[in-house]
Design a protein around this ligand. Structure first.
Ligand code: BJW
Length: 250
């Protein structure tokens, strides 16, 4: 780990008031939740087209729900890690810290983060296929698969964004607004290949923000990053936090 770079970034953060953070599956890896890509990723074991597209759900809703039921069990047993907890604490350290996540696991909220913008939805919410009503559902396992709407009996779907589906435009517009007006943007634990999320850091960089990447592997974003830490977020973020602790909060 390059300690000089961490010190240099801590100096920059000492005079920063507006921070944006984009997280991906990597931040939850140390909580035991599998990522999507890479040698241990879900897409090595499962085919995205069979499980994470609207066509897949139309073809075989039971198969899709069984996969989500399995993932809900894994996620339900997981705890936030030091990376999630540090970001939660940073909402008190910085005058403004906006947390934007591609994750659907809800671990940021569990760690105490306020109002994370969930770009791809939330695995603990369902949506009625008839009228689009979104409800929380924490049953593990589900009492029936596919689950049915308690009001009208229609099938429910997971309230997540699959490939080929648009993101909620209010959430996405707000994410672009926050990234375009921050001074420092952290990009943590994402392969940065899935759009439109992957365009957010580029919008921040274009608007003049300092870009910081935390990822054990290089990504398409690495070359654009001002600081690139080849590290696990659960180690790097608390370390950076300790450096900040020895400096005055802005
Ligand atoms: C660590 C670590 C540790 C490991 N610490 N790091 C422009 C160009 C090309 C394609 C497109 C484009 N615009 C749209 C597309 C198509 C498509 C897309 O992007 N495809 C690309 C893959 C080619 N995008 C879409 O379809 C999106 N919709 C859309 O654009 O709609 C347009 C539209 C408009 C109007 C009408 C209709 C349509 C939707 C994308 C939805 C993505 N959904 C998923 C599933 C969500 C539900 C679920 O979980 O079941 O979201 S796919 C999956 O990928 C999931 C993730 O949120 C997302 C991103 O993955 P992420 O988080 O980056 O994870 P990984 O696994 O890829 O990376 C983990 C990283 O962590 C790695 O780099 C590791 O090294 C690192 N790591 N341990 C820190 N300890």
């Amino acid at each position: 780990m390059d300690e000089n770079k961490i010190d240099e970034l801590a100096d920059v953060l000492g005079s920063t008031s507006r921070v944006a953070v984009l997280t991906g599956a990597g931040i939850s890896a140390e909580s035991g939740i599998p990522t999507f890509r890479g040698s241990q990723g879900l897409w090595r074991q499962f085919r995205a087209e069979e499980l994470a597209t609207p066509e897949a759900f139309e073809r075989d809703p039971k198969l899709v729900w069984e996969w989500y039921d399995w993932r809900r069990k894994l996620i339900g047993e997981a705890e936030p890690n030091a990376g999630h907890r540090t970001l939660s604490a940073w909402q008190r350290r910085f005058p403004s810290l906006s947390l934007i996540t591609q994750n659907i696991d809800g671990l940021h909220e569990l760690a105490g983060s306020r109002d994370p913008l969930e770009l791809h939805g939330n695995i603990w919410k369902t949506r009625c296929l008839r009228d689009g009503t979104v409800r929380e559902n924490r049953d593990v396992p589900l009492s029936e698969v596919p689950p049915r709407c308690p009001d009208c009996g229609e099938w429910l779907r997971p309230h997540v964004v699959w490939f080929g589906e648009p993101l909620d435009s209010r959430v996405l517009d707000e994410a672009f607004r926050l990234c375009s007006s921050c001074q420092v943007m952290f990009v943590i634990g994402t392969s940065a290949v899935v759009h439109p999320a992957a365009a957010l850091p580029l919008a921040a960089a274009e608007a003049g923000a300092v870009l910081v990447e935390v990822n054990p592997e290089p990504t398409p974003l690495t070359r654009a990053a001002d600081f690139s830490f080849r590290a696990q977020s659960g180690g790097l973020l608390p370390l950076l936090d300790r450096k900040l602790g020895t400096r005055r909060a802005p």
